[in-house]
Design a protein around this ligand. Structure first.
Ligand SMILES: Cc1cc2nc3c(=O)[nH]c(=O)nc-3n(C[C@H](O)[C@H](O)[C@H](O)COP(=O)(O)O)c2cc1C
Length: 302
């Protein structure tokens, strides 16, 4: 019997595997394929104060070893989440993590306050890293000062676990991680997508309406791994690693590089049962290698 549970600075998960925001809807979409309660946590898609239509189509493009998206935080707003979605998903998992987004610092505070009364929402993932919206998100994630301000303001209105999701689209991701740690983040998650473009040689047009979008999938894994390793050495709070994890071996590599938990994004579009397969695969790896506790893997790269 392997102990797969991890404790992220007080946030207890039965195993280190979560969904990545925006890639499994609100979790309901997964119920036809997997028992969502088996996941360490369910991370739902970005919620903003007001409803957002997102960007114009086309907003997805396939590239070699990855995909490009510019969804632009489409959602029906926090009131709709509280009234319509939460009641349908509250029994799916004991850890529901809401990805909180906004255009202003105050938006993040208002969204968080409105979610406070939901008992199964055990953590917020403060999304300061979305490359696909004009204001907020991206700008917040590229400035240590603003990143710290958003974190501190959210920290003031909740005692729940605050994860800050970092952008890889910066020169020095370490300074942002340290800034949000000092501002009261309980953990950090990284990476969000990498700013990129795809061009159609026949039409000579960019494949996305927004021209630029966010690259995810296997193409970004080595860079994400480097950033996770770097940040896990620079901060004391736990690091949640993601970026191109397609199978159990990828997930184990992130744990070895210093992640205390992982999130699975693009892989869900290829195989919606992948998260549960990854949990099983981590357990099998532990058994094969005589590891009784998954925590032994965290940061164990030599
Ligand atoms: C279609 C799509 C929508 C996404 N929406 C969000 C979102 O709403 N909030 C967020 O923080 N990240 C969002 N992301 C980023 C993912 O959560 C994740 O950080 C990124 O895709 C890297 O992981 P992966 O390579 O496993 O997909 C989205 C990614 C994709 C592909």
């Amino acid at each position: 019997m392997v102990n797969l549970s991890v404790n992220l600075n007080g946030l207890k998960l039965k195993n280190p595997v979560m969904t990545a925001s925006g890639t499994s809807g609100s979790g309901e979409e997964l119920t036809d394929f997997i028992d969502v309660s088996k996941l360490g946590a369910l991370v739902v898609k970005a919620i903003t104060l007001e409803a957002r239509e997102g960007n114009d189509y086309p907003r997805m493009a396939e590239t070699a070893s990855g995909m490009l998206n510019s969804v632009g935080l489409q959602n029906k707003g926090v009131e709709h989440f509280v009234k319509e979605i939460y009641p349908k998903i509250e029994t799916l998992n004991d850890n529901i993590i809401v990805n909180v987004s906004g255009s202003t610092v105050d938006d993040y505070v208002q969204v968080t306050k409105k979610l406070e009364k939901l008992p199964k929402v055990t953590a917020y993932e403060v999304n300061i890293s979305c490359p696909n919206v004009k204001q907020g998100g991206f700008a917040f994630g590229t400035s240590p000062t603003i990143a710290a301000e958003v974190t501190a303001r959210v920290r003031e209105v909740t005692d729940k676990h605050v994860i800050v999701k970092l952008s890889p689209n910066v020169t020095n991701i370490t300074e942002i991680a340290v800034a949000v740690e000092n501002a009261g983040a309980d953990s950090v998650s990284l990476v969000n997508t990498f700013l990129a473009i795809a061009v159609d040689a026949n039409t000579r047009k960019a494949k996305l309406s927004t021209i630029t979008g966010g690259l995810s999938g296997p193409a970004i894994k080595p860079i994400a791994l480097r950033m996770v390793w770097q940040i896990s050495k620079a901060v004391k709070i736990p690091v949640i690693g993601l970026g191109g994890i397609m199978n159990a071996e990828d997930a184990i590599e992130f744990l070895l590089a210093g992640a205390s938990a992982v999130q699975i994004g693009t892989a869900n579009f290829i195989d919606p049962t992948v998260t549960v397969k990854i949990i099983d695969g981590i357990e099998k790896y532990c058994i094969k290698n005589g590891i009784k506790n998954v925590n032994e893997l965290i940061g164990a790269m030599i």
